[in-house]
Design a protein around this ligand. Structure first.
Ligand SMILES: C[S@@+](CC[C@H](N)C(=O)[O-])C[C@H]1O[C@@H](n2cnc3c(N)ncnc32)[C@H](O)[C@@H]1O
Length: 452
């Protein structure tokens, strides 16, 4: 993480601060919470009645959107009872036949789990687009840690809640815990708009325990013997980074690739038993075991500028997550031309989701003939993003006439990136030129004349 500083967000998941972009990747509410509330829940993918669901995660970063989606899918996956019973039968038959082999010294035929036995009726194909390979390679190792509250309550049980000193102590602990080792503490806190007296720890959403293992396996397939790479091993083993990474996942990856370490017998054994446990024995999740969960997904990675990758993708997607940096910081991924490519690749009933509420982004979607609406968050009772589709029925909260009018002001002037090859500077300058020469009404005048 040469260019990044990790920090804890309020739901215990880890966010990243980028030195070069001078920006944070995730909001203070929690990287994971945001992924669920702005992308996974509004996608309503569980309602799709299709065998192969295709998802495009644009700007994968360290993968929270994909991870939350996979967790949601595993949790809601209903096992096919017939297949489940067939599997139990095959397992039992094989165990009995091994005993018979031993007892009578006679080789019995073993049954195997054919693909159709493992495969569910539905499979999810997730294509992840990201420009930075280091982030993608690191993504499975980040742990979802305990929140400061959970740690505090372990030592001092909350029976003292009524005392002010208890709450003050808790607040100081939160402050200390959230800030340890942040080099750019003030800048990060400012970007996150953290005020510690308002600090509220919220941990409603969980990552399913299989998700990171599945991602390690997918990345191993994608990068073959180069995963984890030398550089990655170094980052994972640096003491300053250790508390952000999950030890068991690192051991699992080591075991998978048998990287040049001198593995102790204990490590080999513990990882071996761990794998056996997760693959075949764990009933922690009554519905799905690891092999079944893994067979639900096909995760692919495209490490390149998303503008290049999108031109080479030939699929029709049921859902797209657009999680680029804000439009002024990454204008390349908000241009009319880039969104036009997304339009081409979205299925007729698919949805495109983004956290952005900006007038300019919404107008770019409208210019591309999308139906555009708002993402409503019940818990916060506010709109937290934008949804676009070719299918009008997918839009529950369409833009009202006031909001559409606002899109037609100067504020709505979109970015252009002919041939999808302009630099950030050129795209910003082109818009600036158009803005200066435009006859459209300014947004402030529009707001004054129309009122809110
Ligand atoms: C706000 S972060 C995304 C956070 C991410 N969804 C997560 O869960 O961690 C934006 C990401 O866009 C990536 N990015 C920036 N420009 C890009 C481009 N042209 N193509 C693909 N990815 C890009 C950055 O490297 C960064 O990881």
């Amino acid at each position: 993480m040469r260019d990044y500083e990790p920090y804890f967000t309020q739901d215990g998941s880890i966010g990243l601060y980028s030195y070069s972009d001078k920006d944070v990747f995730h909001s203070k509410f929690g990287a994971l919470t945001e992924a669920w509330e702005k992308f996974v829940i509004p996608s309503e993918l569980s309602d799709i009645d299709k065998n192969n669901i295709r998802v495009l995660d644009i700007c994968y970063g360290i993968g929270y959107n994909t991870k939350a989606l996979m967790s949601f899918y595993i949790q809601n996956y209903k096992i096919n009872k017939k297949i489940f019973l067939k599997k139990i039968f095959i397992k039992t038959y094989n165990i009995v036949s091994i005993c018979v082999d031993k007892l009578f010294n006679k080789k019995q035929k073993k049954l195997s789990l054919s693909n159709d036995t493992i495969d569910s009726n539905k499979k999810m194909f997730i294509d992840c687009l990201e420009i930075n390979s280091e982030l993608v390679e690191l993504s499975p190792f980040f742990k979802t840690i305990k929140t400061a509250d959970e740690i505090f309550n372990k030592f001092i049980p909350p029976i003292f809640d009524c005392f002010e000193f208890y709450n003050n102590l808790k607040l100081s602990f939160n402050k200390f815990y959230t800030n340890i080792r942040l080099k750019n503490r003030n800048e990060i806190n400012e970007l996150l708009d953290i005020k510690f007296n308002e600090m509220k720890i919220d941990k409603e959403y969980k990552l399913h325990p299989y998700v990171n293992y599945i991602l390690i396996n997918s990345l191993s397939k994608y990068l073959s013997e180069n995963y984890p790479s030398k550089d990655l091993k170094k980052i994972l083993s640096e003491s300053k980074n250790r508390r952000f990474f999950d030890k068991t996942l690192i051991k699992y990856a080591k075991f998978n690739q048998f990287w040049g370490y001198n593995l102790s017998i204990y490590t080999v054994l513990s990882v071996f038993l761990h794998n056996i446990y997760y693959y075949y024995l764990s009933f922690r999740d009554k519905n799905v075991n690891f092999k079944t969960a893994e067979s639900l997904f096909n995760v692919n990675f495209y490490i390149n500028d998303a503008r290049k990758t999108i031109l080479n993708l030939n699929e029709q997607y049921d859902c797209m997550f657009l999680d680029a940096f804000t439009y002024t910081k990454a204008p390349q991924l908000w241009s009319v031309e880039f969104i036009a490519e997304l339009y081409k690749k979205l299925s007729p009933t698919g949805v495109l989701l983004t956290y952005s509420n900006s007038v300019q982004v919404r107008n770019t979607l409208l210019e591309n003939k999308f139906y555009v609406g708002k993402i409503y968050n019940e818990k916060l009772n506010k709109f937290v993003g934008t949804i676009a589709s070719k299918d009008k029925s997918k839009i529950k909260y369409p833009l009202n006439s006031y909001e559409i009018g606002l899109c037609n002001t100067k504020a709505g002037i979109p970015y252009h990136d002919p041939n999808l090859s302009f630099s950030k500077k050129d795209i910003l300058e082109l818009r600036e030129y158009e803005y200066r020469h435009s006859n459209l009404m300014s947004s402030s005048k529009y707001i004054k004349t129309r009122g809110k």
